[in-house]
Design a protein around this ligand. Structure first.
Ligand code: C2E
Ligand code: MG
Ligand code: MG
Length: 709
């Protein structure tokens, strides 16, 4: 192996030098090359010489690889790779050039271009190779490509429409699949054209304003725009615009999202908030809104309007007995009839349940003329609604009660007007249903009286204002007292004695009847036990009668309550008789019967009060375990001078006989009434003729007097 005087040069294995100069020259070039230069022996790949760059690139100090072959130092991935290079290089005198992958000491692959040339030296054939390492460049290229792919994928798979346009011309540069889905145009159709060729923004003025805004503010976020798709249909889109520079060209990146569905859902929610879902009529909120508009409008034009507040009579009964689907159908038919009978500019609204309101506007004429007109209108509606309906094989007749108020005479605000129409409605119902009532100032007084009474009633119990009166019941045969009815009395602090018909209904409707009812039961039992204790009555021949309202009876723990009360006061169960009315059967007939049976099992009996004034349905009567019918006082009162009433009393007595029920007449004031009843074999009665309702002391005195007789 030749040695070299210049220590900075590596010796060339077996190289026969012809000139020292030439060698130095070559050696300098060799080491200065920015690329890898390597000299190997062709036969086995023995490393003969390599430059600095070889060391740096592949991590091999020359001393470590000299004397070893390129295969031994793992420069090639496989011997085949070297063979490929050998083959190429042996073909001609031109250098072979190819893309190759070489491996460094640490096993890292280096990609690059390999130039290899054969050179013949005196001691054999050698290969001189240079290698341009492109690893870094390739890696950067791959990263760029990956990022471009990632972007392209994001661009195309975005659910939103993404559009890139040239700012100056409005030319489409690129659009994604989302754009095609939204607009119906394919990328091929639009790219190269301008936004003016394909009008996808419904109003081009809007587009220009948008561009101006981007100019002023830099970008735009979430702007709602109306677009037009390929079919010409309008779509509501949410648009954002960002400036973007592509290849030195100012562009705009536009993203658009179809929010048509969102908008229509929003509109639907809006609709639901202002309409009733069953009938699709305006609801209370919308009615109030329109009413306030109307008040202003009518006042300005010196016109009048009217509010007609309708409520269907006994609608609850339809719902309870025929089921809610039938009830719903009735409401829909009523809706259709109402809508058909008013003008387009009038509003029919449903406030809920069976309550409807008709708002009539633009009525001309004097106040009296308008009132007359509204009366006529209400009568027409009433007649129309009363037409029979055929539903599910049922023939139904639904009558309305209607309360009316004139706008603006009866109120300056929507709330006032509605309240007054409601007051009139209440009055209409009160006066026998299927009627119409115009609001009147006096009604307001009655309504506020009712409100005051309700408030006063709430305090009556705690203020000890209630008491019970006892009205004896007698058997004409032997003039014997067979029982007494406990009747509630209220002594109002300023009004004095308030008649029950003025407060019982309020008590019932407000729910106070539950608390007050408990008190009545307790008080009656206390009185009963006292009379028993004093030996003034015999539990086997005396009935303690207590009125029970339907609501009170429906109390979940009613049976337990009654039982506990009797037990605590030591009143035998068989002494208590509960007076119920036919209203009790309106709801849950089966439950009512079960509850009555439970009480009957304990020995408690029932009287059907006010018989003849309600449904008087024999079907119900046969199923309810009542022992007594009470003929209502209205028939008793008139039986002696009204043949019709006499006939009714006769019929009631006959029913009682056929169902094997006891019968008692109430409200007997005159001897001739009693004579009429006795002649029908009705011997039990209650009335002023024998005695008015008495205080407990008064009743006790009466009993005492009779005992002493
Ligand atoms: P009702 O249960 O039918 O009671 C009979 C009513 O007729 C009583 O009226 C009684 O004073 C009255 N009366 C009795 N004899 C005669 C008579 O000869 N002529 C006339 N014209 N009337 C007579 P009252 O006490 O005013 O009670 C009216 C209604 O109030 C009762 O009718 C009942 O429905 C209800 N009520 C009274 N007390 C209670 C109670 O404690 N609880 C419940 N839930 N309702 C009650
Ligand atoms: Mg009664
Ligand atoms: Mg009665």
């Amino acid at each position: 192996m030749p040695t070299n005087a210049d220590s900075s040069l590596y010796p060339l294995t077996g190289l026969a030098l012809t000139a020292k100069e030439s060698e130095r020259h070559f050696a300098t070039l060799f080491n200065l090359s920015p690329n890898v230069v390597l000299l190997t022996r062709q036969t086995d790949g023995l490393v003969c010489k390599a430059n600095r760059h070889f060391e740096v690139t592949f991590g091999w100090p020359l001393a470590d690889c000299m004397g070893r072959t390129t295969l031994e130092i793992g420069l090639w991935g496989t011997p085949q790779q070297r063979q490929v290079v050998l083959d190429k290089a042996s073909l001609g005198s031109e250098p072979a050039s190819l893309e190759a992958q070489l491996y460094g000491r640490d096993g890292q692959a280096h990609e690059g271009t390999l130039h290899t040339q054969r050179i013949e030296l005196s001691d054999g054939t050698y290969l001189l190779s240079t290698f341009i390492d492109n690893t870094e460049h390739k890696r950067a290229q791959r990263a760029l490509q990956a990022s471009e792919e990632k972007f392209a994928r994001a661009f195309h798979s975005s659910p939103d429409a993404i559009i890139i346009i040239e700012r100056a011309t409005g030319r489409y540069i690129e659009v994604n699949d989302g754009f095609s889905r939204l607009s119906g145009y394919s990328a091929n159709e639009v790219v190269g054209q301008t936004v003016f060729d394909f009008v996808i923004i419904a109003d081009m003025l809007q587009y220009e304003r948008l561009i101006q805004e981007v100019q002023d503010q830099g970008r735009i976020r979430n702007r709602e725009l109306l677009g037009r798709d390929k079919n010409g249909d309008l779509v509501t889109v949410d648009v954002s615009v960002d400036p973007l520079t592509l290849d030195d060209t100012a562009c705009l990146l536009i993203t658009a999202r179809d929010i048509s569905q969102l908008k229509s859902a929003q509109a639907q929610i809006q609709h639901l908030a202002y309409h009733d879902s069953l009938t699709n009529l305006p609801n209370r909120a919308l009615l109030m809104d329109r009413l306030s508009q109307q008040i202003a409008l009518l006042t300005r034009h010196e016109l009048r309007g009217a509010l007609l507040f309708l409520d269907l009579d006994h609608f609850k009964h339809i719902n309870d007995s025929l089921g809610h689907p039938v009830g719903d159908s009735v409401l829909k038919i009523v809706t259709a009839r109402l809508e058909a009978s008013v003008r387009l500019e009038d509003t029919v609204a449903r406030l809920g349940g069976d309550e409807f309101v008709v708002l009539v506007s633009g009525l001309e004429g004097t106040r009296d003329e308008v009132i007359e007109h509204v009366h006529g209108l209400a009568d027409t509606l009433r007649a129309l609604l009363s037409e029979p309906m055929f539903l599910d094989g049922h023939r139904l007749q639904v009558t309305p009660s209607i309360g009316m108020a004139v706008i603006p005479d009866h109120g300056a605000t929507p709330a006032d007007l509605l309240k007054r129409a409601d007051i009139a409605l209440y009055r209409a119902k009160d006066s026998g249903r299927n009627t119409t009532q115009m609001f009147h100032g006096d009604m307001q007084k009655a309504a506020s009286n009712r409100l005051r009474m309700e408030n006063d009633l709430r305090q009556a119990l705690s203020r000890n204002e209630f008491s019970l009166s006892y009205q004896p019941q007698v058997d004409t045969r032997g003039d014997r007292i067979i029982g007494a009815e406990a009747l509630l009395r209220w002594k109002h602090p300023s009004l004095g004695d308030v008649p029950p018909h003025q407060f019982i209904l309020i008590m019932e409707e407000s729910g106070m009847v539950l608390d007050i009812g408990n008190w009545i039961l307790e008080e009656a039992c206390r009185a009963g036990s006292e009379l028993l204790r004093k030996g003034l009555i015999d539990s086997h021949t005396f009935s303690l009668c207590v009125n029970i309202s339907p609501r009170q009876f429906r109390q979940a723990d009613f049976v337990e309550r009654v039982e506990r009360c009797l037990r605590q006061h030591g009143v035998p169960y068989h002494m208590l008789k509960l007076e119920i009315t036919e209203g009790i059967v309106i709801k849950n007939l089966e439950e009512t019967i079960a509850r009555m049976l439970a009480l009957k099992q304990m020995g408690i009996s029932f009287a059907m009060d006010d018989f003849g004034t309600g449904y008087s349905s024999l079907t119900y009567l046969k199923r309810l375990p009542v022992s007594t019918l009470k003929i209502d006082q209205s028939f008793v009162r008139d039986a002696t001078n009204d043949p019709n009433d006499a006939e009714i009393v006769r019929a009631i007595v006959a029913i009682a006989a056929s169902l094997n029920l006891e019968i008692i007449a109430e409200g007997v004031e005159k001897p001739e009434q009693l004579a009429f009843l006795t002649q029908l074999d009705c011997h039990f009665y209650q009335g002023f003729l024998f005695s008015e309702p008495l205080t407990l002391d008064g009743f006790e005195a009466l009993l005492r007097e009779r005992v002493s007789r």
